[in-house]
Design a protein around this ligand. Structure first.
Ligand code: C2E
Ligand code: CA
Ligand code: CA
Length: 339
C-alpha cells in the first residue's frame, strides 16, 4: 500500500517551464530482518528487487525474495558465458529463405544467430538475446553477425552462387550505439558486399522513438543502397503515418497473425489490412511464420507478394542454404480449393 501511494504521488504530472512532465517509478522493497539484518544488505536486496520491478514494466513495485538473487546470479553467469562465446567464436549464422508467393523463387534470406555451445550444443537466440541486449553485448554480437553475413555472401558469390538480398536483425540497443552507422558502412567496405544486397530488420520501437540524428543515419545508409524492413509488424503501437518518415521498404507481418490464418477472423482482417495498407504506401510486404498450405492459400489470395516460414524451409546451415540457392526455388504445395 505504501509503494502504491508513493507511485501515485510521483505519478502526478509536474509543470516544468511550459512542459508537462510525467514520471513513473519502479520500487524495490526489502524488509528487516527477513531480507537482511544490516543496512547494506537491505539496500542491496532492495536494489535487486527494484531491477526486477523495472523488468516487469514501468510503474511497478516488487518485494525482494531469495529467488531473485538466484536469477541475478544465473543472469551474470550467462552474460560471462556469452562474452566467452564471442571471444571463442562459438556463434553461427543459419539462413532462412524468403520466397515469392506465386512461384517459390528464393528472393531473400534472413540470417538468424545460433550459439554452438561447447557443453549445451546448439543454443537458440531466445535463450541469450535478451541478456545480450540488457548487458550491451548485443553491440559486438550484432557487429559479428553483420560481418559474418556479409562475408558469407561474398564467399557464395565467389563460388559462383547468385545470392539474393540478406536480411540481418538489428536490435534497438544496437541501433542506438553511437557508431552504428560507421560500423555498418565499414563492414560493407571491408567485405566488399554490394550495399544493395543488405537489408536491416528493425523493430517497431524505432518508429515510436525517433531521434532526429538516428533517422538521418538511416537515410544515409539507404543512400548507400542498404534496405530496411520492420520486423514483427503489427505487434507494436507505431503510428502508420510515421513509417514514411523512415527509409523503410518492407513490412514483415508478425507470425502471431499468420498463425491464426485462415480461421481467426481478427488475424485474417489484420493480415489483409496490412497487405493492402503496404500496397497503398508503396511498401513491400512479407508474411512470416507460414507453416500450413491453408495459410499459404490465404496469403496468395490476399496477394501477399513474399513469404517466409517452415512450410518452405527451416533456417539452414550455410552449406544447405548454398545448395538451395543453387536450385534457386522451392516447390510450393499444389494449390487446392481453387477458384
Ligand atoms: P525473428 O527475427 O522474428 O525471426 C523469426 C523467428 O521465427 C526465427 O526464430 C525463425 O527460426 C522462426 N521461424 C521461422 N519460420 C517459422 C515458422 O514457420 N514457424 C515458427 N513457429 N517459427 C518460425 P529464431 O531463429 O529462434 O530467432 C528468434 C528471434 O531471435 C528472432 O525473431 C530475432 O528477434 C532474434 N534474433 C535472431 N538472430 C538475431 C541476430 O542476429 N541479432 C538480433 N539482434 N536478434 C536476433
Ligand atoms: Ca527478423
Ligand atoms: Ca519476426
Amino acid at each position: 500500500m505504501v509503494a502504491q501511494r508513493i507511485q501515485a504521488v510521483l505519478g502526478q504530472p509536474a509543470l516544468i517551464g511550459d512542459q508537462e512532465i510525467e514520471v513513473t517509478s519502479s520500487i524495490g522493497i526489502a524488509m528487516f530482518p527477513g531480507d537482511g539484518d544490516d543496512a547494506a544488505m537491505l539496500l542491496k536486496h532492495a536494489d535487486t528487487a527494484m531491477y526486477y520491478a523495472k523488468e516487469q514494466g514501468r510503474n511497478n513495485w516488487q518485494l525482494y525474495d531469495q529467488t531473485l538473487t538466484a536469477r541475478t546470479t544465473a543472469r551474470l553467469a550467462l552474460e560471462g558465458d556469452i562474452r566467452k562465446g564471442l571471444e571463442r567464436g562459438e556463434f553461427r549464422l543459419f539462413y532462412q529463405p524468403q520466397v515469392r508467393a506465386n512461384d517459390g523463387t528464393v528472393i531473400g534470406i534472413e540470417a538468424l544467430i545460433r550459439w554452438q555451445h561447447p557443453q549445451q550444443g546448439l543454443v537458440m537466440p531466445g535463450r541469450f538475446i535478451a541478456v545480450a541486449e540488457e548487458s550491451g553485448l548485443i553491440v559486438p554480437i550484432g557487429e559479428w553477425v553483420l560481418n559474418a553475413a556479409c562475408s558469407q555472401l561474398r564467399e557464395w558469390q565467389r563460388g559462383g552462387v547468385s545470392v539474393p538480398r540478406v536480411a540481418v536483425n538489428v536490435s534497438a540497443r544496437q541501433l542506438a550505439a553511437a557508431d552504428f552507422l560507421d560500423s555498418v558502412a565499414a563492414i560493407i567496405v571491408t567485405t566488399g558486399v554490394a550495399a544493395d544486397l543488405l537489408e536491416l530488420e528493425l523493430t517497431e520501437s524505432i518508429l515510436m522513438d525517433p531521434e532526429a540524428k538516428r533517422i538521418k543515419e538511416l537515410f544515409h545508409l539507404r543512400e548507400m543502397g542498404v534496405h530496411f524492413s520492420i520486423d514483427d509488424f503489427g505487434t507494436g503501437y507505431s503510428s502508420l503515418s510515421y513509417i514514411k518518415r523512415f527509409p523503410i521498404g518492407t513490412l514483415k507481418i508478425d507470425q502471431s497473425f499468420v498463425h491464426g490464418l485462415p480461421q481467426n477472423a481478427d488475424d485474417a482482417g489484420i493480415t489483409t489490412a496490412i497487405i493492402s495498407m503496404a500496397r497503398s504506401l508503396d511498401l513491400d510486404v512479407i508474411a512470416e511464420g507460414v507453416e500450413t498450405p491453408e495459410q499459404l492459400d490465404f496469403l496468395q489470395r490476399a496477394q501477399c507478394p513474399k513469404l517466409q516460414g517452415y512450410l518452405f524451409s527451416r533456417p539452414l546451415p550455410p552449406d544447405e542454404m548454398e545448395a538451395l540457392l543453387r536450385r534457386g526455388r522451392i516447390d510450393l504445395p499444389a494449390r487446392f480449393g481453387g477458384d
